[in-house]
Write a protein that binds this ligand. Structure first.
Ligand code: ATP
Ligand code: ZN
Ligand code: MG
Length: 266
């Protein structure tokens, strides 16, 4: 069931308490299965504009980025130093900036994300919750984590009863250069999505695994134990879509769900 906001704004929805409890269960389940994490962060819905510029988001996805405007001291309305969070993991890299990691680090972060999506089908929200587990470290260790996580996430989602598919994917990079970036991302197998039915006949990515190579390590000056640039990879769950997929599969009444599914979320 999708509860739209009272004014019916597309892509913006309220969370009923029953769903909030389910989302709590998902967080616990993800932490249990993909942890242990050295740290967990709950991120705000806004982020330093400079961070987002450093990661290259405005060039790559200008169509999705939202900005915070204000009128300080009643002056003219102008852009502030904040933009809206587009991906939870953007909050995490600055935490490790200018550091050398003695060993690979796994941390998790959740944020309310905004994306200026062009369409507003069920599950394609403009404001949604993203829960991410991120690994930073030497290339070999991060690739191994990525491979293990891909298999692990597929297994966990299937144990939850979801008929998922694992598919090679790419991000919607903007413009002509973007076409090239997208095809490189796909041909190098840098992004995989777990797709599931979220509504009648509507299949969407409910989670993705991304390998960024040394991109974030380079931008934020994160080194691995051998003084090389740290690589990174993330596992990102779209909590709203996972809930939709679970409801689609098992029904709206959580008390009637199979016990093995409920115990994974307890
Ligand atoms: P899509 O291809 O559906 O646009 P994406 O590739 O843009 O997804 P990611 O950037 O990989 O998504 O984000 C991680 C996860 O966040 C996605 O797998 C999805 O579950 C969720 N997500 C992304 N965009 C939205 C959205 N507009 N509404 C709800 N959940 C979303
Ligand atoms: Zn991420
Ligand atoms: Mg998208």
């Amino acid at each position: 069931m999708t509860t739209s906001s009272t004014l019916g704004t597309p892509g913006v929805r309220l969370t009923p308490r029953s769903e909030a409890e389910l989302v709590d269960g998902l967080r616990r389940g993800i932490d249990r299965r993909f942890g242990p994490c050295v740290e967990h962060f709950v991120a705000p819905p806004v982020i330093d504009r400079r961070v987002v510029e450093l990661v290259g988001y405005p060039e790559s996805f200008p169509q999705l980025l939202g900005s915070v405007y204000g009128a300080p001291q009643g002056g003219p309305v102008a852009a502030t130093d904040l933009v809206l969070t587009a991906a939870a993991c953007h909050h995490l890299y600055p935490v490790f900036a200018d550091r050398a990691l003695a060993s690979p680090v796994v941390a998790s972060v959740e944020a309310a994300c905004y994306r200026g999506e062009a369409t507003s089908e069920t599950g394609r929200l403009r404001s949604f919750r993203m829960y991410e587990v991120v690994c930073l470290g030497p290339a070999g260790a991060v690739e191994e984590w990525r491979d293990r996580t891909l298999t692990g996430a597929a297994g966990w989602l299937r144990e939850l009863g979801l008929g998922i598919n694992v598919v090679a994917a790419n991000d919607p990079f903007f413009g002509r250069t973007g076409v090239l970036l997208a095809s490189t991302q796909r041909s190098q197998g840098l992004k995989s999505e777990f797709t599931a039915e979220v509504d009648d006949g509507l299949v969407q990515a409910i989670a993705s695994v991304n390998y960024h190579k040394e991109h974030f390590g380079e931008v934020f000056g994160i080194a691995d134990a051998d003084a090389g640039t740290a690589h990174s990879s993330c596992l990102a769950f779209g909590l709203d879509r996972v809930v939709l997929a679970l409801r689609r599969r098992h029904g709206d009444d959580v008390s009637g769900w199979p016990p093995e599914v409920r115990s994974l979320l307890s």
